[in-house]
Design a protein around this ligand. Sequence first.
Ligand code: NAG
Length: 416
Amino acid sequence: MRSFTASPAAMLPLMLLQLAGQTGADVTCVPVPSPFPTYQQLPDQSTMPDPFLPLKYTTIDSEGFSAADVMAGKGQHRVQTREEWYKCRQPEILQMLQEYQYGYYPDHSQETVTATRSGNTVSISVTAGGKTGKFKATVTLPTGASASKPAPVVINIGGMQNAPYLSAGIAVVGFDYTSVAADSNSKTGAFWDVYKGRDIGVLTAWAWGFHRTLDGLNQTVPEIDSTRVGVTGCSRLGKGALAAGLFDERITVTMPMSSGVQGMGPYRYHAMSGQDETLENSKSGAGWWSDSKLGTFVNHAENLPYDAHTIGAAIAPRALIIDQGTGDQFTNSKATALVVYPAAKVVYDWLGVGDKIGMSVRSGAHCDMSGFTAVLPFVEKIFFNTTPTHDYNNLGTYGAPLTADYPWATAVPKAA
Ligand SMILES: *[C@@H]1O[C@H](CO)[C@@H](O)[C@H](O)[C@H]1NC(C)=O
């Protein structure tokens, strides 16, 4: 897990548990399979996979379990405690997602990041292994932000609705994602200047851009509070923002907008909103978003041992607010709201942080800018501890969660 387990921030959940009197000494993790199983070695799961089940036991042949048992939460050696989740399962999910989808995030401890500021522009330079990549970020500060009263920040790619955030006292920072990694197979941009040749998806490269931007802000913009940080983007950039939230524990609130497959749209249940993304069409249309391993699951998406809810759950205990428009037929808003969100929330609830995940179901279309206003009260709650008037557990016109699509939720481990 390289930078994650090595960084002090990554140890935070465990340290908090230790402070609460639960020691980590007696937790033994089920080993992560090595090599990772291929799609042929994994059960075909037509419902959303059980997030509590270690990968080693996501199997139908070792002890006579059927795929139905695995899906229903009857698999063996499921995680039983929060401590086990943070010490064993969350790191396993991060590793599994890098293996099957994102590619392995570069080892940040091997990087040297330098930044300079000129007015509202921060120039960032990252050197590793004798290679250097450079890009710039643009800072917009809210009125009154100062080194003695620093503002929280939302870092975005692709543009967002700045005004309501600035009015709320939140800084907005953007960077040109194409200068970090082109949205193509060309492998150009700052990330590839350092890491060309690695089997890493462009979503991970964009995530790295968010993180190195935060490094640069921390070094040069004292008017920004680098401990209160949101990340956002829409559509493919929402997939990138999700990756940014997943791979760095400094991200306080992750805000994927209209993000679809490889974001908060499921690989399963992909036909619920008319025309939508699938593993197959996302790999054929933009194969560079992920590593090459994900391609081995094309036409076998139901053999993936995870789905979008697993990605969301791995972000806990940090905040996650998901935005989808009911007029968006492209990114399966309905399945995100009725299947992915409630399945991820089961884990957040179980971890005792159910108020840190929210679903914004709004009217409007794909990447409608109104999405940014729709999630703002949730973001303010996280940054300022205010009470939002909107109920982010209300799925609007979509109605109630489709609980049969994540059947393991009726067998959630008792001891938490
Ligand atoms: C900011 O930089 C300081 C000094 O290097 C470091 O201790 C701190 O962890 C950094 N904070 C963030 C949010 O990166």
